[in-house]
Design a protein around this ligand. Sequence first.
Ligand SMILES: Cc1cc2nc3c(=O)[nH]c(=O)nc-3n(C[C@H](O)[C@H](O)[C@H](O)COP(=O)(O)O)c2cc1C
Length: 435
Amino acid sequence: MSQRHMHLVAYLKTGPTAMHVGGWRHPEATLDDILHPSRYEHIARVLEAGCFDGCFFADLFGLYDIHGGSYDPYVRRGGQISYLDPTVVLPIMAMATRHLGLGATLSTSFHTPYHLARWLGSLDVLSGGRVAWNVVTSATDLEAQNAGMDALPPREERYDRADEVLEACFALWSSWDEDPFVLDKEAGVFADPSKVHYANYEGRWIKTRGPLSIPRSAQGRPVIMQAGSSDRGREFAARWAEVVFTIQRGREEMREFYDDLKARMDKVGRAPNECAVLPAISVVLGETESIARERADYLDSLIDPELVTASSSSSVGADLTKLKDGKSLAELQGNQGMKGTEQVLEQAMKAEGKSLAEAAANRHRRRELVGTPSMVADRMQELFEAGVCDGFVLAPTMFPGMFEQFCRGVVPELQRRGIFRTSYTGRTLRENLQS
Ligand SMILES: Cc1cc2nc3c(=O)[nH]c(=O)nc-3n(C[C@H](O)[C@H](O)[C@H](O)COP(=O)(O)O)c2cc1C
């Protein structure tokens, strides 16, 4: 039986901040290229040289203004904002690479399946089968209002509708059989119509006729990624996801999530290796442990507490400044919020005896793996071989430096230990995820 290899996916954003809210203030962080193709070409080449499975852009269909009812903290303090639509950036990265997987976040709540299947299918064909779709149902009313709705529907309904959207997209991506093109100029035959089929999908919320005009990609259809942690979210992942991102406080929480998801997959007849579970981590590296710790302390000193609480408000879908008025979280949320973030806050409240407000204000404290490349590789190997994950999502502290240092220092360590690929063996993203 061949050595199990871990999978690595980079967490990206078309803005100054991905997860670490102070990283953009680091002297080495680049800012003047955020709106320029060179930023995305560069990071694509760095990640491919580091043999990453892929990258994905986290995205919001709007601009966060939940905390204090204002977007001021996000705009003023460099919060998580997508200054470019990632689906427009990914083709640039496809041109600059040959193997790197390319993930876009798109909501099932605001787009028709035909739009989704057409966008993702086209890029999947152009990139030679390297596209992934981070399926979200969206978690904020502000996005729903940008899409012309008054508020988000309840979570259960969002996921039930998402199931239909995926069924419809899969039907559309099956519109074309393999090798439909004849290209016989002599005979005047371009393609074989018998290899094209209607989707004729009709559900409770969704219907689409098809056929999709986009032929099959080298991997047949995009890889499905997902990051929902609620009970319904995990059920959705167990059915559809080939990659699941998660944020967990520690090893035991990772194990609980991992075992739960694999058990749900087993219930729907899917084998464990059909989905890679990747917890999110960041790293702070140094030539020695003390240098790394000093760097981590410096990075922490760049964190703006107001932005920490503001991003907690955004993730739980509630204006946490209103907690002091005695309102409960559920009252403030309505149908909003990411269960995953709530679970991490609850884990901190339980483990550290903190209040919700305190946990929310400290959500960004010390989530990084800090040390020399060998120490960081030790920790990643320990978690991987403990069977609590299939690899990791790497979220940058300062960009692009953290990725450059990781690919130069930690990747060779992981390769030397035989737990990470030394070259790409698959033609497509799905083949690389399966290897
Ligand atoms: C690592 C990670 C990344 C995520 N990225 C996004 C994102 O880019 N856009 C988004 O709308 N939701 C994102 N989410 C939220 C989930 O996709 C999901 O929609 C949300 O958690 C609501 O689902 P749940 O209540 O089932 O957890 C992310 C969650 C995690 C853990």
